[in-house]
Design a protein around this ligand. Sequence first.
Ligand code: AMP
Length: 189
Amino acid sequence: MRVVLMGPPGAGKGTQAQVVAGILGVPHVSTGDIFRANVAGGTPLGVEAKRYMDAGEYVPDGVTNAMVRDRLSQDDARPGFVLDGYPRTVEQVAELDAMLESAGQRLDAVLELTVDTDEVVARLVKRAAEQGRSDDSEDVIRRRLEIYAEQTAPLTATYHEQGLLRQVYGQGSVEDVTARILEALDVKR
Ligand code: AMP
């Protein structure tokens, strides 16, 4: 199964993507995690990405698309994947379509996790305290939410037109949200 998980920063995408990928038996592909691993490893990609991440801005499409193309071409992603945090721009949507089409594949579903803004900010502030992520300071959080609203939220309309979009209420326990996601995917446990 090929699934995209969307939703604002702090919606719980990472947690849910990991759980759902485990249940589906496909890799969890998080662009944020790949960038953070590169930052930690001090690679040229990490050095480039860090400038944008620390400001709450998106890493340029060219860099991000090349990284995803490389990751999805690996063998373990052939049967499927749960994409977390990609695509985030109109250009990334087109690029993902092209990648899948050239492999004779298509997406099965795009899930949008919906949460209240106040809840999202509270979660991000909590995560900042717990994990010390350098992009979780209050003004960067605000910038990330703004960019999500401007650049990424509109993508849901495209996926809605394609009949792929399913909205899932993202509040409640991790287990409750997972159950809603599996129901939206029509997956029985
Ligand atoms: P995330 O962990 O998904 O919230 O991503 C953390 C940061 O990594 C984002 O704020 C961006 O700076 C960068 N990033 C992750 N995914 C993308 C993407 N698809 N396009 C551009 N930048 C991204």
